[in-house]
Design a protein around this ligand. Structure first.
Ligand code: SF4
Length: 352
């Protein structure tokens, strides 16, 4: 029987994910003079309100640049959490998606956490409703519950561990060495990758990232034939067929480090294109090529740009500073429960 070497793995989003996708609205780009005016207003308000921008690698490069210029940070979700918890500012302006704001609030309950928009979410978060997940865990009480950072505060409250993609393999390896069986949620592709790396006994939740799920091994391999000297960098939220052809698999921070350290001058990158801002800074001499999505049928939904990350703009960032809008609150009882699992993530020592 003929076997497709590069099976298409992406599926239609679930009804709940589609419902959130239908609500996405992205601000129109502004003329340069208006952008500069907004930038200056934001800078002034950050000082007046003792606030700092904590931005994710996938946000608009304009936001990333402003975060850097004003003493904020551009990072992955683990470093965003670390930075926010240590910074002396009274207000954290978290540019990213909602679970990042919630994590910041849980870790720094004494600070005001604002987000440019509260509508920015994540298919992994909304695809793992807390009540269904709790039922799932309750059916397997003998298993240690490990959840990815891309989950709601309520799901984290049910977990024993929270992990980011930068420490997922090490944490699961550590638990496996202790003889623990694991429930993993919500990303099935990252879970399968971690399972393959560690050999751990993992029961998976069926969730996926609508951005990474769209990368296609066939398209990437075709591109590699055109640029034989290139390296393929892949985030492990991508399908197994894409991971299988990668030269480097890693979290956003690990991919940026790899871009700098690899000898190849040309890099095909399978993650959100927002990462190019920091990746190009780290490796200015390299040519970065976004990995193809959607295949020849042009079916891609995201085209390597997270629609929810794209909802963050300089306009709504200014608005949240001016009006104090987009404030994140987390129920005290939920926050207390989630803190235990988050603290384990924050204090886990990775193998060098
Ligand atoms: S890129 Fe994927 S995992 Fe990241 S926020 Fe968007 S939907 Fe979620």
């Amino acid at each position: 029987m003929h076997q497709d070497p590069y099976p298409t793995t992406s599926e239609e989003p679930s009804a709940i994910v589609q419902e959130y996708l239908n609500k996405v609205s992205i601000d129109e780009p502004l003329p340069v003079d208006q952008l500069e005016s907004i930038r200056q207003q934001v800078k002034q308000l950050l000082i007046e309100k003792n606030a700092v921008i904590v931005a994710h690698y996938y946000t608009d490069p304009l936001i990333q640049a402003l975060a850097e210029e004003t003493g904020g940070v551009v990072a992955d979700s683990l470093e965003m959490a670390r930075f926010g918890s240590k910074h002396s500012a009274d207000r954290l302006i978290v540019a990213g998606v909602k679970f990042m704001g919630e994590t910041a609030k849980i870790l720094t309950p004494n600070k005001t956490v604002l987000m440019p928009t509260l509508e920015a979410t994540c298919s992994l978060d909304v695809g793992c409703p807390a009540d269904e997940f709790t039922d799932f865990c309750d059916q397997h009480p003998d298993r240690t519950v490990v959840v990815y950072a891309n989950t709601s505060a309520q799901v984290k409250a049910r977990a024993d561990w929270v992990v980011t993609s930068s420490i997922a393999v090490d944490v699961v390896d550590h638990l496996d060495a202790l003889g623990e069986k694991i429930i993993w949620a919500p990303d099935k592709y990252l879970g399968a990758y971690v399972q393959k790396q560690t050999g751990a006994d993992m029961l998976m939740w069926d969730g996926s990232c609508i951005v990474h799920e769209e990368f296609k091994a066939k398209g990437i391999s075709d591109l590699k034939q055109v640029h034989e000297d290139c390296a393929i960098l892949v985030h492990p939220e991508s399908p197994q067929s894409v991971i299988d052809i990668a030269d480097v698999v890693g979290s956003t921070s690990q991919l940026i480090a790899a871009a700098k350290n690899l000898s190849q001058q040309r890099l095909i990158v399978a993650t959100d294109q927002g990462i190019f801002y920091k990746m190009q800074q780290a490796a200015p001499e390299k040519e970065l090529i976004i990995a193809p999505t959607g295949g020849s049928g042009a079916t891609c939904r995201s085209c390597a740009n997270c629609p929810w990350m794209g909802m963050n703009s300089l306009q709504n960032l200014l608005q949240c500073l001016q009006q104090g809008s987009g404030e994140i609150t987390v129920d005290t009882r939920v926050a207390k429960l989630a803190t235990t699992a988050l603290d384990r993530m924050m204090t886990f020592k990775q193998t060098p």
